[in-house]
Design a protein around this ligand. Sequence first.
Ligand SMILES: [Fe+2]
Length: 425
Amino acid sequence: MTLSAVLPDRTGPYDSLAERFRTVRAQTVGLCAPLQVEDYVVSTMADVSPTKWHLAHTSWFFETFVLADHMPDYASPNPRYAFLFNSYYVQAGERHCRAQRGLVTRPTVSEVFAYRQHVDDAVLRLCERIADDAEHPAWPVIELGIHHEQQHQELLLTDIKHVFWMNPLRPVYSNEPGDVHGERALTSSNWREFDSGVRPMGHAGGGFAFDNEGPRHRVFLEAFRIAARLVTNGEYLAFIEDGGYRRPELWLSNGWATVRENNWTAPFYWERSEKTWSEFTLAGDGSLDPSLPVCHVSYFEADAYARWAGHRLPTEAEWETAASDAPLTGTFVDSRQFHPQADNGTGQWYGDAWQWTQSAYLAYPGFKASAGAIGEYNGKWMADQWVLRGASCATPRSHARLTYRNFFPSDARWQFSGIRLASAR
Ligand SMILES: [Fe+2]
């Protein structure tokens, strides 16, 4: 199996990879610390996987793509786990129905933790064995597994948020204040302006990237301007109060149909009682803060809001051009705030909330998926989805980068997805 298309370049010397593996695996377990054992088992909609499943699936990934290929003496504690914990890799074998993941009570949570430990021990033994072979083909797959693990850390949080939201007791995941870096105050909306021209786009090498971030190529952009912060709850509230959810002229046809079908009247996790709005967060129910970025909006809502505001969503090429000199700062999961924070003048390019673009999730010119099951990672999803850029308050900081392409369908809104505006100049 060749992995060159998945892993265009290395992050650094592989002698530190075992330590990064150990750290990232421990961080996943750390995110589970506030949970009770009952919380691990439930799935509250088809998009939501149980915490237990995330813990096991990320272990299956290492078992299937690293240990099975590179550790001949490895034995799974239960070969039937592969059926339960393969997500969507058709070439890796048959798999359990996604929508029924929350109906599986066995293996127990403690058995899943034992499975993780079993896989961890084996991967670390492999790292020791190949420590002197910098060209060993297992290294890039271990690195891919680490980044895959970080993706599931974010999903674990957004999924448990939905699980808690569905519970009438509205449990609190964390109401610690977290780390607040620097002054956070709402800045007035301002814009950055860019001339037309040919711009480079895509991963340039020099670090890890998923295959869908390359090849690097050029695009021509007309002159544009792009907002220097995210749209806030207060601004979005003005759209609602102006009848935004009742005016079909503001919506794409499929968006309007979705609004009607689901009776959408506000972003996900917003609730109205009498004249006040509340927002459910991982800290529980609370009153809506107008200065925070709006999040948990679908592509349809982001698009309708932009149209109402007299603007549009940026393309991903515009986003990448504008963010290319921005510092990689923002509210990441490392801050343990678990909710987007108000702008502090850095532009909110990373962290806080993912930003919908109006770019369809498609292959860059020259893209070629890897051979074998691992090639299913990104390429086969390039239909009916939109690219989101940046990162969110649930993303590990070390997982964010300029060229990262997240993607979700038009109606998805259980992720921390927000809005940045753009327009022609
Ligand atoms: Fe996965």
